[in-house]
Design a protein around this ligand. Structure first.
Ligand code: BGC
Length: 702
């Protein structure tokens, strides 16, 4: 308990006091829900996971709650307990704002700690390789730098509250279809330059206490027993000093312990508690070296010391969750993306006349995503629609609407307007209402959840027909999307406005109304490309969709590191909306670009608000050519708020790994000497300024 010693010293001293039994006790744990009618383990607060403490030595229990979108309460295990639902990961990513990611992490950490938790199972940083992936809404989009920076900030926010944050799912968890049978084939260079890079950057920046390995295999080996991923890359190359916990039900033996897994989680989901008796026997017979078990324990204790679990334990004082609502509001407002605004239909006037509000349960609240990240909102759900299904996922097979009604928020902002709500079930009735209205606002939802991918990119349940019918009846139709990711828009040419609000969380209705009426100038930018159709994707059909539940199958990531916008550039396809895109009610001009070379690129330019409204912009810098080879990679960005006429100078310094290629044979990042060209633009396909600089060649240790 001497805080003057380093976390490593403290962990080593404490571990040395432990018996074999005690060491085994902390390297495995249960899912802390009422599993198959069995009661909660004594001492567990109740949520995703629990590892009992060792009172003899003052080691606290690990009380784990899911994240990353708020503290969860699976199956109401803590009767009646609620928390702030944060906007989805994609909404946070669309802010491109590290401070917002950090603030959301802090809300999550603070609420977790005050409910008695000391570990949060988030943030998720898997890159979007498929826009139909059921968990995209939990993650941070398709770019390794954007996702890595924002995940790292979420971790920092959580851990500043003395709660361990867990980066997941390491690695290459890219779809929910057959997530346990899936074998992702990807070359080492490609992986290092995409999915692994997102983890590397997140871990560097956030220093998470734990990393959760994924359900899937990578190049034939389960991620949780991959020596390549865990020992060589994570702990070796990156020098990671925390512990690796398994995903729930992802352990199939004791071999993972040898290959770098430090803790078995959610052990009821495994065939056996492998890190219990079997591991103890393996240590006693020398199959698993005792030194390895001791290292597993030291890693867990080290993170517990480093993040403050011993010195600043959780405090249970029944918080209400209200403290997070303002942060959630700011995140939602900054992450909403204005996609289309024909004839400047938005912002709406204060006296808009008659408005038809159609569909999306907009009378009640805003949609949230399903699965382990589902939060029970403060005040309870505004509406819950049960969808059934098989256990255990049926527990979360319910569309939950957070209690922030867009209709009410619109009423508040336009008290003189005549508002009418139609639930959108019958396109004809909705069109009749739209025809006699000044404006029609259609709320369209796509519910996504863990454990299931969307089979295609359509808006389900007839909503495409609904939008078509309403738009035919009234050209002043605005579509507000509450989706878990990209959707196709066959109706796009017939509507006047499109607003992507993602799953906007605790105050989502207010955030949407603020953008519609111009109280907030939209500033979100897409963290993910929107395809025209699934024919544009590297895999037009989701791999394994026809495979029965337990047959292993292979997904070839032939696109390699060309994920998202890099894929569209490589194949010269035009997406519906590109990565980085988003409109504003004002306009911005970029000028006076300077690029300095040397060891890396330093880029400087001016951004001016040339319109008549204050607003925030996200100018982006992309590499376009490296030593004669065409490339497109996000090198950096700035998010800045500017008053009309105001100019600010921006500096972006490129991480040299983004300029280099990974050379697997030499096991280094290789930066070739030569000319490097960059653009500054409004999105990945809207360059405004171009320049080049010379870089000295060098190699960088991974
Ligand atoms: C999910 C994890 C989650 C865990 C505990 C798993 O099914 O993949 O993301 O943290 O359950 O709830």
């Amino acid at each position: 308990m001497n805080p003057d010693l380093s976390p490593d010293q403290r962990a080593a001293l404490l571990e040395a006091q432990m018996t074999l039994d005690e060491r085994i006790r902390i390297v495995h744990g249960v899912a802390a829900v009422r599993f198959s009618q069995s009661p909660l383990p004594a001492g567990a607060v109740g949520s995703a996971g629990y590892i009992p403490g060792i009172p003899r030595l003052g080691i606290p229990a690990l009380q784990e709650t899911d994240g990353p979108l708020g503290v969860t309460n699976p199956d109401n295990v803590r009767p009646g307990d609620t928390a702030t639902p944060l906007p989805s990961g994609l909404a946070i990513a669309a802010t491109w704002d590290p401070e917002i990611a950090n603030a959301c992490g802090a809300v999550l950490g603070r609420q977790a700690r005050r409910k008695g938790f000391n570990v949060v199972l988030g943030g998720g940083v898997n890159l979007t390789r498929d826009p139909r992936n059921g968990r995209n809404f939990e993650y941070l989009g398709e770019d390794p730098l954007l996702a890595g920076v924002l995940a790292g900030e979420t971790v920092r926010g959580v851990q500043a509250e003395h709660v361990i944050s867990t980066v997941k799912h390491f690695a290459d968890g890219q779809q929910e279809t057959g997530r346990k049978q899936l074998d992702v084939r990807i070359g080492e260079a490609a992986n290092r330059q995409s999915d692994l890079l997102a983890f590397e950057l997140a871990i560097e920046r956030g220093q998470p206490g734990a990393v959760m390995c994924a359900h899937n295999r990578v190049n034939g080996v389960h991620a949780c027993r991959s020596g390549d991923l865990l020992n060589r890359t994570l702990k070796g190359d990156w020098g990671y000093r925390g512990w690796v916990m398994s995903d729930w039900g992802a352990v199939a033996g004791i071999e993972p312990a040898i290959n770098g897994l430090d803790q078995e989680s959610g052990e009821q989901w495994d065939r056996q508690v492998f890190f219990g008796e079997p591991l103890r026997r393996a240590v006693q017979t020398g199959r698993v070296p005792e030194a390895r078990l001791r290292e597993m324990v030291r890693r867990i204790l080290r993170s517990m010391f480093a993040v403050g679990l011993f010195d600043d334990p959780p405090i249970s004082d029944a918080p209400t969750g209200e403290d997070g609502a303002l942060v959630a509001l700011r995140a939602a407002e900054s992450g909403i993306v204005l996609l289309t605004n024909r004839n400047a239909i938005l912002p709406l006037p204060r006296t808009p006349g008659k408005i038809a509000i159609i569909g999306g349960n907009a009378d009640a609240g805003v949609l949230s995503g399903g699965g382990s990240s589902q939060v029970t909102p403060v005040g309870g759900p505004a509406r819950t629609i049960q969808l059934g299904g098989d256990p255990p996922l049926n527990l979360t097979a319910a569309m939950v609407f957070d209690p922030s009604s867009p209709q009410r928020a619109i009423e508040d902002r336009a008290p003189q307007a005549e508002l009418h709500f139609d639930d959108g079930r019958y396109p004809r009735a909705a069109a009749d209402l739209a025809r006699t209205s000044d404006y029609a606002i259609v709320f369209a939802t796509q519910w996504m959840r863990e454990g299931q991918d969307a089979p295609d990119l359509s808006l389900p349940s007839g909503q495409e027909q609904l939008i078509e019918a309403v738009a035919r009846a009234n050209p002043r139709t605005i579509v507000v999307l509450e989706t878990g990711g990209p959707v196709r828009m066959p109706w796009l040419d017939r509507v006047a406005g499109v607003v992507e609000a993602w799953y906007p969380g605790a105050r989502g209705g207010d955030a949407i109304a603020d953008v519609l009426f111009g109280d907030v100038n939209p500033s979100g930018r897409l963290p993910i490309s929107f395809p025209v159709s699934q024919a544009q994707l590297p895999r037009p059909e989701i791999a394994g969709i026809d495979t029965s539940d337990d047959t292993p199958f292979v997904v070839d990531d032939n696109e390699g590191a060309a994920v998202g916008y890099r894929w569209y550039a490589l194949t010269r396809q035009k997406p519906l909306f590109p990565f980085g895109f988003g409109l504003s009610y004002t306009s911005f001009r970029y000028s006076r670009l300077e690029v300095a070379g040397g060891n890396t690129l330093t880029i400087r330019f001016d951004v001016e608000n040339t319109g008549t409204r204050a607003g925030a912009d996200v100018p982006q810098v992309y590499l376009t050519n490296a030593d004669g080879t065409r490339k497109i990679r996000l090198l950096g960005w700035a998010r800045l708020a500017l008053d009309p006429g105001q100019t600010r100078r921006v500096t972006v310094t490129a991480d040299p790994r983004l300029l280099a290629d990974f050379d697997p044979a030499a096991h280094v990042w290789r930066l070739n000497p030569g000319a490097y060209e960059i653009v500054v633009g409004h999105s990945s396909v809207a360059p405004v300024l171009r320049a080049a600089a010379h870089l000295a060649g060098r190699t960088i240790k991974p």
